[in-house]
Design a protein around this ligand. Structure first.
Ligand SMILES: [Zn+2]
Length: 347
């Protein structure tokens, strides 16, 4: 029996999903119509074709085209609000920690004050209109080095909003050693932000070790290469470091050759807590619902097992306690209803 209908109706939380990378063809069409000089088609059919995932180079092309369309604070507000709409209405998300890269907007001329106001305005409106709670993770675009790290830390400290909960590190891993960002993470953590760097997506387990030891990572974005190092897996399990697994993204970027080779099961068997995420869903031709479906088949899960994955994301989130309790209760009620519908005895 397909789990897709159960997954679609399951209330969920997502912890690893990028702001600009979540722009769907529909949202990009609106932005493209505002900025015709950018040369991005606003026709939805042509955009869908442009978005069709071909390879990693094409993903970068699409990503940069979207980055270039976000030019004003109003664009940031629209993007954020519409992404939240699609999360709530399309994926049944109740809560998301959206990874934002304010640096790329500020270098394009949006002042950090206006950027912050735009995302906050969208957050409040999205919670009111769609019932989804959003919080922010600011990530350092690693390829831009120390200047970007300095700037991102300053945005986080000097333009703090209550909804900013995490400090991250994205972009390429090769040639971007984690150690150089130790002071930034140390200051961010001292100010109460949680450490959530990407690591082990395109490099080996040593990057994950560095992220845990030097950056104080509480959750790791991807962490694929942890599967190569049993000692590291034992450490992650023991220390309660959570992996934000993005199965479809990992195949799209060739972090993993084929979905059948994905190390998700290895993580679970080692006792590591995993959460399921979609990363840059429209650009990798996926959705969070699809990634749950992929995870369910990799792990041979039934409905109860899928509900447990959803619970794990809530537990590993930085949501306020009352939000966690509310979503967990919703997940349990939904799973119990589905169980009754299948005539299973209820406890
Ligand atoms: Zn990511």
């Amino acid at each position: 029996m397909s789990l897709a209908p159960f997954i679609a109706g399951l209330p969920k939380a997502e912890l690893h999903v990028h702001h600009v990378g979540s722009a769907s063809p529909r949202i990009v069409s609106e932005l493209a119509a505002r900025h015709p000089d950018a040369g991005v088609p606003s026709d939805l059919e042509r955009l869908r074709e442009f978005f069709t995932f071909r390879d990693f180079a094409h993903f970068i092309e699409v990503y940069l085209a979207v980055v270039d369309l976000v030019r004003t604070p109003e664009d940031v507000r629209l993007l954020t609000y519409e992404v939240a709409r699609e999360m709530a209405q399309g994926q049944n998300l109740r809560y998301a920690e959206l990874t934002c890269t304010p640096y790329t907007s500020v270098v394009r001329g949006i002042a950090i004050e206006a950027y912050t106001e735009a995302i906050e305005d969208a957050r409040v409106a999205a919670e009111r209109d769609f019932g989804i709670v959003l919080q922010w993770i600011y990530d350092i675009p690693g390829e831009s080095g120390i200047p970007a790290a300095d700037a991102t830390l300053a945005y986080a400290l000097e333009h703090r909003t209550d909804a900013l909960v995490g400090f991250g590190l994205g972009g390429p891993e090769i040639g971007v050693p984690r150690a150089q960002f130790e002071p930034h993470f140390s200051t961010a953590r001292a100010s109460g932000l949680r450490s959530v760097p990407h690591a082990g997506e395109t490099t080996g387990p040593e990057t994950i070790w560095e992220s845990v030891r030097l950056l104080g990572a509480e959750r790791i974005g991807h962490g694929c290469s942890a599967a190569q190092d049993p000692e590291l897996l034992a450490h992650l399990a023991e220390a309660g470091v959570v992996l934000e697994v993005c199965p479809t993204s990992n195949v799209a970027t060739r972090a993993v050759d084929r979905i059948e080779d994905h190390p998700l099961r290895t993580f679970v068997e080692a006792g590591v807590t995993v959460t399921i995420n979609s990363d840059d869903p429209p650009m990798f031709a996926t959705t969070l619902n699809n990634d749950y479906d992929v995870a369910a088949s990799l792990l041979d899960l039934d409905e109860r097992g899928v509900a447990d994955l959803a619970r794990a994301a809530v537990d590993a989130s930085f949501a306020p306690a009352e939000v966690k309790a509310r979503i967990s209760a919703e997940i349990e009620a939904y799973a119990a209803d589905a169980g009754r519908a299948h005539g299973r005895p209820t406890p």
